[in-house]
Design a binder for this molecule. Structure first.
Ligand SMILES: NC(=O)c1ccc[n+]([C@@H]2O[C@H](COP(=O)([O-])OP(=O)(O)OC[C@H]3O[C@@H](n4cnc5c(N)ncnc54)[C@H](OP(=O)(O)O)[C@@H]3O)[C@@H](O)[C@H]2O)c1
Length: 330
């Protein structure tokens, strides 16, 4: 198949493109910048520049590329600084999930593309009631924390638009497996605490496993929604100490809910204390997918032991940041 990957240079895109090529697909990979053309070529794809917020440009680029399938992996989180105003951090990503999805779907329709796979998110989204692990059929949180409402609405919008068009939505778990994963610095600096009893559950996924599931989803008929998460949804009180240990960092601090609400806001409290995890049974059953890292327990060690080792070897604090071994490229 000719596969058009919107967002080929991102955390998931860079893992996905080589796997698609290995599977025998011809890949067109996008970046907003022509400067990354060589990088995309090195991954094995033909590079094109694309801004998903320019619908005329999206139309033209897709029509010229003549793909058989489109994968939407575009987000705008590379420079994100997380704050208590979650929706502000995600504002551009939310546009990519609404306007960007509309533009890609319209172009797909016009180009006669009938395979469409798009990125969504599994963790922290389902209703905070009943058992700890939820399937794709369980209701989404009807009242997410105020600071996350726009982001939750954007994900709902994407999921409805894509499945109404016959496409597939992948609700990935929280990504890990890269030396610049967003959680590394806060965990290393002991800025990511266990809140209250630490009962909020997170579903993780190693980036390589997320990419493998995406390859399989492309070969599956839609419409459908799949949780792409590992086998072990886990409460913060279990995964956070393991994450810190894999990085050879100090153990996470513990803070009461009231203090976390004051310092980090309601969304952080909900995530750390009430969130439910996601089941991957449907993806295993229907896509024939099996994660190569069934649990974050072995995945964190594989991903972060080299990061910890590089930190221990970091010799000269006066050395330029660009030479710092903790800034491993992925
Ligand atoms: N499920 C998850 O946990 C999850 C999901 C997504 C991201 N993240 C995390 O967020 C961090 C940053 O993610 P990332 O490395 O994937 O970077 P990112 O900045 O989110 O970029 C992702 C991709 O989207 C493209 N893109 C950005 N704006 C676009 C636009 N207007 N039109 C079309 N394409 C656009 C980027 O292209 P260019 O930058 O090349 O222009 C890139 O290819 C990583 O730590 C990642 O793990 C986590």
């Amino acid at each position: 198949m000719r596969v058009f990957v919107a967002g080929a240079t991102g955390a998931i895109g860079t893992r996905l493109v080589p796997q698609l090529v290995d599977r025998g697909h011809e890949v067109i990979g996008t970046s907003t910048s022509t400067e990354k053309a060589e990088h995309i070529r090195a991954l094995g794809a033909d590079p094109v520049a694309l801004d998903l917020l320019d619908s005329a440009g999206v139309r033209q680029t897709v029509l010229e590329a003549r793909p058989d399938a489109i994968v939407h992996e575009a987000t705008a989180l590379a420079d994100a600084t997380f704050s208590r105003n979650f929706d502000r951090t995600f504002a551009q990503t939310n546009r990519l999930r609404t306007e960007g999805t509309d533009a890609l779907l319209a172009a797909a329709r016009e180009a006669g593309v009938d395979r469409f796979v798009a990125q969504s998110f599994a963790s922290y989204r389902t209703a905070r009631e009943g058992g700890p692990v939820k399937t794709e059929d369980d209701p989404l949180d009807p009242a997410p924390p105020a600071a996350t409402r726009e982001s939750n609405a954007a994900m709902r919008y994407l999921e409805e638009a894509v499945t109404n068009a016959g496409g597939i939505v992948l609700r990935y778990g929280l990504f890990y497996g890269s030396a610049n994963d967003g959680l590394i610095e806060p965990v290393r600096k002991r800025q990511y605490p266990i809140i209250g009893q630490g009962g909020g559950i997170t579903s993780f996924i190693h980036l390589d496993d997320a990419a493998a599931a995406t390859v399989l989803a492309l070969e599956h008929d839609g419409p459908g929604i799949f949780n792409i998460v590992d086998d072990e949804p886990a409460p913060a009180r279990e995964w956070l100490p393991a994450f810190a240990e894999a990085l050879s960092a100090g153990p996470p601090r513990r803070i009461p809910r009231w203090l976390a609400r004051l310092v980090a806001g309601e969304a952080a409290v909900v995530t750390g204390t009430e969130a439910r995890g996601a089941s991957n049974a449907k993806a295993k059953r229907e896509l024939g997918w099996e994660p190569s890292y069934p649990s974050w327990r072995e995945g964190f060690v594989a991903a972060y032991a080299p990061v910890a080792l590089a930190d221990r070897r970091m010799p000269d604090p006066a050395a330029p940041a660009s030479q710092s071994p903790s800034r491993l490229s992925t």
